[in-house]
Design a protein around this ligand. Sequence first.
Ligand SMILES: O=C(O)C(=O)Cc1ccccc1
Length: 278
Amino acid sequence: MTTVAYLGPAGTYSEMAALQYLQLSHPDLEHDPSRMCPYPTIPQAINAAEQGHVDVAVVPVENSIQGGVTMTLDSLWQSESLQIQQAIVMPIAHALITRAQNLDDIKVVYSHPQGLAQCQQWLDHHLPTVQQIASDSTTYGLHIVAKDVTVAAIASQRAAEIYYLPILQYPINDQPDNCTRFLVLGRTSPTTRGTHSSLAFSLKRNMPGALVKPLLVLADRQINMSRIESRPTKRSLGEYIFFIDIEAPIDDPNFSEALQELQAVTENLKILGSYAIT
Ligand SMILES: O=C(O)C(=O)Cc1ccccc1
């Protein structure tokens, strides 16, 4: 039985992505709640998959407006055994969930940092003096919303239904085309043939042109990158790990040869997975 770790409690966008994954990968199976394993933070969900407590973890990795989810990128780099099995892109539309009758009655608003950031202009305009509290997930604050009529949370419409709480306004995200990419991480190689691959590497020395060399390997072989992002190595200021997405499967011969060449011009090269995007 496939078990799935995700950022909880129930009603998060990660849970919606996890349910979509189960439906796509096991269309014949009936929905079984015991497959769904909520964790309070993204690193804990990833760790559960790494330790083998669950089969896969479904975690957000990038938002179309806010960019990379740094916790996911950092955990992936540190992971010894996890591979990206699949990517899932989901549209995200946020609701303001509260028992308050008017916006004027709201004193505090809770959400995940991505939720607050994706509604920043709306908040500045409609709730300029309200205290914003960043929490581990969009649904974390809903138990407080249930008790206190001056509290609101930014979460999904589905979350409002699950907790039987009213929506005062929807949608409140600043950009209508707000999307988040989620990754399915597991200890085995993906079963379906990939179309995309992800790599991460650190550089040998902090010297002029160090990043150009790996990029030239890809450019010379006409290999298209669909994303590049850097994160600090945490060793010393100014040293970075680069995360790169490639529009090619890992078993493409041209790409396999590029990987050999990349070994020579990087310090530590990690293949994070070769997978399909749904
Ligand atoms: O907190 C959630 O619901 C998540 O799954 C993380 C998140 C938050 C905001 C947008 C997309 C994902």
